[in-house]
Design a protein around this ligand. Structure first.
Ligand SMILES: C[S@@+](CC[C@H](N)C(=O)[O-])C[C@H]1O[C@@H](n2cnc3c(N)ncnc32)[C@H](O)[C@@H]1O
Length: 337
C-alpha cells in the first residue's frame, strides 16, 4: 500500500498529548515559582480518583454523607422544578457519581426522558463511572465527556430542546478562589439557556476542629491523596520524588475561610524530573501549596447567585446544617425589540 507520507492524528491521541503537556507545564511553572504550588486537579489520575472514593468513606469526611442525606430527602422536589420534558443531567467533576445516582434513580422512577452527561478531567474515573452507571441504571442514556469544566461549558447550550440540570456536587466549587468562583458561575450562566437549573454543593463554615479533622484523617488517606501529586509526577513525568521526605499538611485560614492543603519538604533536597530535564530545589520545611477548600455562609452564597445572574429556587441543608445544596435557575432578560 502507498505510504501517503503523513498521518492524521486521532483526536483521542491529541487530547492525551494535550493533557500530558498541560501537566508538564503546570509542574514546571508551579515548582519554579516561589512560593511553590501545584494545581489539585492533577491529583485525579486513576490512583487519585480511587483515593478520593476512599476519603468519602472516612468517618472524618462528613461532606459526602451530608450531601447524600440532602439528595435522598429532596431529589423528587429538585426534579419537580425541572418540568416534565426531556432532561440532561450534567454532572461537573462527576467522580464516582455515587450521589448523582440518587437523583438519577428518582428521575428514572418518574419515567422522564433523561440523558446523563458526566464531565470529568480523569479518564479512569470516567471509565469506571460509565460502566457503573450502566449497571446500576439499566437503559440510562450516558454521554460522558473527559475534559476540563471550562471546555465542557461551551457544549451545554447547543441543544435547546432539552432542559439542563447542571450538578456541581461535593463542594468542588470550594476549590476555586472567590474570584474564580464568580468567573466560573458567570461563564456557566452564559453557557446555559433560560430556565436551565444548577444544583451546587457548598461546604458551610462550622466548628474549625471538624474542618481540620476532615482534611487530616487518622488513617492518613487524605495525606496519601495529596501526595499522589508527587507520585503522579514520578509515574507520568519521570520524577524522582522520595515521598518519605515530604508530608501532607492542612490548615484553616480564618480570614479567607479556606482549608489550605500543602505538601511540605521535610529536608533540604534537589529532585530531578527527567521528563522535564530539570531538577527542583527544596529548602527544609518548604511548602508546595496544592489546594484551597473554601467554606461559605448562606449569605455569601446568596450574594454569589445575585452577582452572577441566577435566581435562587431553593436552599437545602442536611440535618446538622454542615453542608448545603443550592438550586438556582438561569434567568436572562429578553433582548429589547
Ligand atoms: C472532589 S471530587 C468530587 C466528585 C463528586 N462530584 C462528588 O461529589 O463526590 C472532584 C472530581 O472533579 C474532577 N475534577 C477536578 N478538577 C477538574 C477540572 N478542572 N475539570 C474537570 N474535572 C475536574 C476530579 O477528577 C474528581 O473526579
Amino acid at each position: 500500500m502507498n505510504d501517503p507520507g503523513y498521518r492524521v492524528l486521532d483526536p483521542a491521541e491529541l487530547a492525551a498529548a494535550g493533557a500530558l503537556r498541560q501537566f508538564s507545564l503546570d509542574v514546571l511553572h508551579g515548582l519554579s515559582e516561589k512560593p511553590k504550588r501545584l494545581p489539585s486537579r492533577w491529583i485525579y489520575d486513576g490512583v487519585g480518583s480511587e483515593l478520593f472514593s476512599a476519603i468519602c468513606e472516612l468517618d472524618e469526611y462528613y461532606p459526602t454523607r451530608c450531601e447524600a442525606e440532602i439528595l435522598t430527602r429532596h431529589a423528587p422536589e429538585i426534579l419537580g422544578h425541572t418540568g416534565t420534558g426531556p432532561i440532561d443531567i450534567v454532572d461537573l467533576g462527576a467522580g464516582d457519581g455515587r450521589k448523582t445516582s440518587i437523583v438519577l434513580t428518582a428521575t428514572l422512577k418518574q419515567k422522564r426522558d433523561v440523558r446523563y452527561v458526566p464531565i470529568d478531567i480523569s479518564q479512569s474515573a470516567m471509565q469506571g463511572l460509565v460502566k457503573d452507571m450502566r449497571t446500576r441504571h439499566a437503559g440510562l442514556a450516558v454521554g460522558g465527556l473527559v475534559g476540563e469544566y471550562f471546555d465542557a461549558l461551551t457544549w451545554l447550550s447547543q441543544d435547546t430542546t432539552r432542559r439542563n440540570l447542571v450538578m456541581f456536587l461535593g463542594s468542588n466549587i470550594g476549590n476555586f478562589s472567590k474570584v474564580q468562583t464568580r468567573v466560573f458561575l458567570r461563564q456557566l450562566w452564559e453557557a446555559l439557556n433560560p430556565g436551565d437549573l444548577v444544583l451546587i454543593g457548598w461546604d458551610l463554615k462550622k466548628d474549625i476542629d471538624l474542618l481540620l479533622d476532615a482534611y487530616n484523617d487518622a488513617k492518613g488517606v487524605t495525606a496519601q491523596f495529596n501526595l499522589n501529586l508527587l507520585a503522579r509526577i514520578n509515574r507520568d513525568l519521570g520524577g524522582e520524588f522520595d515521598l518519605k521526605n515530604f508530608r501532607h499538611y492542612a490548615t484553616y485560614d480564618v480570614y479567607s475561610g479556606a482549608v489550605e492543603s500543602y505538601i511540605v519538604s521535610m529536608v533540604r533536597q534537589s529532585v530531578a524530573v527527567r521528563g522535564l530535564r530539570i531538577s527542583f530545589d527544596f529548602d527544609e520545611w518548604e511548602p508546595i501549596h496544592t489546594e484551597y477548600s473554601y467554606k461559605y455562609l448562606q449569605s455569601d452564597i446568596r450574594t454569589m447567585a445575585a452577582d452572577t445572574g441566577f435566581e435562587i429556587v431553593s436552599e437545602y441543608e442536611d440535618s446538622r446544617r454542615w453542608f448545603t445544596d443550592t438550586l438556582w435557575r438561569v434567568t436572562k432578560e429578553k433582548p429589547r425589540a
